[in-house]
Write a protein that binds this ligand. Structure first.
Ligand code: CAA
Length: 380
């Protein structure tokens, strides 16, 4: 077993850490307060090659492994989980799916600008009545010969207004259930496509989350991904990798909250000594450090399995379930260590606590992860 990072992975981690400190930290409080999308920050992230990290260079990506992507996600999420979800959706839900399952023309036309960060992508599976129950798609795509006519509404879509390219799941044959679902590439300027209201969220407030409306949108036949009926498998396989990205995000939130709390515990004095000198705080830090390190091992192992070409459905679900629970718990503990200051925005830990909550919900709730895990282990 080798637990060390390669020189390249260490460089990626350091680059992400520096970027988070220099480019994200100075603007995060204002962006969180105003729900402002990090447009310039994402442009700079693209220059680093972080919007298409795992995509082959021939399609505009950085050609890195999943572990490098996880390291970057972790460092960026320590400071700004809004920026990291934008990055995660583009990398693992949009670029990865297009590279793995798209055809050459689709990769040339759509993947290249997405992987280089010139454009941003969105993954549109959830609907008002199909969140966890993703097979219950109500959006339809009716075959009209040379095109499909798309009708329906998608909900809680990350990058909803900032994206230019949307991967949309829709039912082409209701009688076939999930085998009648297809995934389509939809361009933003398609007539009949409207970006609906923006959600006013508890956390990751600097990312843009929208309802999307499709009203008689013409989608060319060549924009369907894979064979007829492949759309649900596409969504599930893509989400399996996406969950590694969100697990890394959760890990970063937990580690970010812990690092802030550790520094604070060394500086803040009460009863004549630094609060870290009191067992009540010291033991909290010991628990946080241990649980975060354990979460890190599960996340890195899922990334390693993916890079080895192994099946990672189970490990990605376990990594996400565990890391998101640790993120929620550790960020609450961090607020407690900060006391009154923890309740104040300038100290950052209350934001990390608000951001942590979504990691237990999106890309499959903790309950869905337990469903995936229990089904897998009971089948073994
Ligand atoms: N890979 C390939 N195929 C898979 C799969 C996987 N990982 N998981 C399931 N499938 C297949 C099954 O084999 C089955 O196909 P067959 O009938 O041919 O065998 C089909 O998918 C349906 O699976 P189930 O019978 O298990 O269906 P179910 O309804 O009982 O459960 C579910 C499905 C696992 C609950 C699924 O609906 C699910 O994952 N739900 C959560 C959805 C989700 O994660 N949404 C996130 C939205 S995107 C987002 O959040 C992005 C963002 O903004 C950050």
């Amino acid at each position: 077993m080798n637990f060390s990072l390669s020189e390249e992975q260490k460089l990626i981690k350091q680059a992400a850490k520096d970027f988070a400190k220099q480019q994200l930290l100075p603007t995060i409080l204002e962006r969180d307060e105003l729900q402002k999308f990090p447009k310039e920050e994402i442009e700079k992230l693209s220059e680093l090659g972080f919007m298409g990290m795992m995509v082959a260079p021939e399609f505009g990506g950085s050609g890195l492994d999943t572990l490098s992507y996880v390291l970057a996600m972790e460092e960026i999420s320590k400071v700004d989980a809004s920026t990291s979800v934008i990055m995660s959706v583009n990398n693992s839900l949009v670029c990865w799916g297009l590279e793995k399952f798209g055809n050459q023309d689709q990769k040339e036309k759509y993947l290249k600008p997405l992987a280089s960060g010139k454009k941003i992508g969105a993954f549109c599976l959830s609907e008002p009545e199909a969140g966890s129950d993703a097979t219950s798609q109500k959006t339809t795509a009716i075959d009209q010969g040379d095109h499909y006519l798309l009708n329906g509404t998608k909900n809680w879509i990350t990058n909803g207004s900032s994206a230019s390219t949307y991967l949309v799941m829709a039912q082409t044959d209701v009688a076939k259930g999930h085998k009648g679902i297809n995934t389509f590439i939809v361009e933003k300027d398609s007539p009949g496509f409207t970006v609906g209201p923006k959600e006013n969220k508890l956390g990751i407030r600097s990312s843009d989350t929208h309802t999307l409306i499709f009203d008689q949108v013409k989608v060319p036949k060549e924009n369907r991904i894979g064979a007829d009926g492949f759309g649900f498998t596409f969504a599930m396989k893509t989400l399996s990798g996406g969950r590694i990205g969100i697990a890394a995000q959760a890990l970063g939130i937990a580690a970010g909250a812990y690092e802030l709390a550790l520094d604070y515990a060394k500086q803040r004095e009460a009863f004549g000594k630094p609060i870290g000198g009191h067992q009540a705080v010291a033991f909290k830090l010991a628990q946080m450090h241990t649980k975060i390190e354990a979460a890190r091992q599960l996340v890195y192992k899922a990334a390693w399995e993916k890079d080895q070409g192994l099946n990672y459905d189970l490990s990605s679900a376990m990594a996400k379930l565990n890391a998101s629970e640790v993120a929620m718990w550790a960020s609450v503990e961090a607020v407690q260590i900060f006391g009154g200051n923890g309740f104040v925005k300038e100290y950052h830990v209350e934001r990390l606590m608000r951001d942590a909550k979504i990691t237990q919900i999106y890309e499959g709730t903790s309950e869905i992860q337990q469903l995936v895990i229990s089904r897998a282990i009971l089948q073994e």
